[in-house]
Ligand binder design. Structure first.
Ligand code: CA
Length: 230
């Protein structure tokens, strides 16, 4: 998962032992983990950490899992975060209700950790393909995140590690305009201080590397905002 900052999974679960099992398994697979034991904490962490996926227990004190799911999916800033609901309820009605609230998947307790991890990877392959080792294609550019290679029009290009992370981030969502702050979070991680001008320098190097063997500049500068691919 070195292609970018590892995906962050938020676990919302009020039972400590269950939280620890999930943390252990998620960290063992290289994910970053945030944990909340109630709804208020969960909503705070969703806003602060912008997790890549939420594993959400249905039965929580105070704010229920269903309510958290509804709020996350109602907010344009967070609605694309995949949510896997955990529930002791196995009634078909509950399953339908969970999915209607906007949950992306639903797992009945007691669940197998192996199955939950498989479902989690399925969701992340869709939303964070480069971080999950998938091969990305944009026009004549191919990025093989497992092999750490980039090709354009069939020829291998040589990118520095930062430029590779930048490209893999932008190739996950062609056409999306990334602010410098968002690129900073994704490429460098928010714990590191990086001047925004440094980002411009690396985008410049990325452009140069992408055009080294011909072809036009695929990176678009959006004035006052940031950059997009295509
Ligand atoms: Ca619970």
């Amino acid at each position: 998962m070195a292609a970018q900052q590892a995906p962050c999974v938020l676990v919302v679960e009020d039972e400590g032992a269950q939280r620890e099992v999930l943390r252990y398994n998620l960290e063992a697979e290289g994910f970053r983990v945030a944990m909340a034991e109630n709804g208020d904490e969960a909503l705070l962490l969703v806003a602060e950490e912008k997790p890549d996926l939420i594993v959400l227990d249905w039965m929580l004190p105070n704010v229920s899992g269903i309510e958290i799911c509804r709020r996350v999916k109602a907010n344009p800033d967070t609605r694309n975060i995949p949510i896997i609901m955990l529930s002791a309820r196995s009634e078909e009605n509950d399953r339908v209700r969970g999915l209607e609230t906007g949950a992306d998947d639903y797992v009945v307790k007691p669940y197998s950790v192996v199955e939950l991890m498989a479902r989690l990877r399925t969701q992340l392959r869709r939303t964070r393909p480069a971080a999950m080792g998938e091969r990305l294609v944009f026009e004549d550019i191919i990025l093989d995140s497992a092999e750490h290679r980039v090709y354009r029009d069939g020829q291998q290009l040589h990118l520095g590690p930062t430029e590779f992370r930048l490209l893999s981030t932008m190739m996950e969502k062609p056409g999306r305009v990334w602010t410098r702050e968002q690129l900073l979070d994704r490429v460098w991680g928010r714990d590191i201080y990086v001047d925004t001008r440094t980002i411009d320098v690396h985008v410049g190097r990325l452009r140069k590397a992408l055009m080294a063997k011909g072809g036009s500049d695929p990176v678009r500068t959006v004035r006052g905002t940031g950059y997009s691919l295509g």
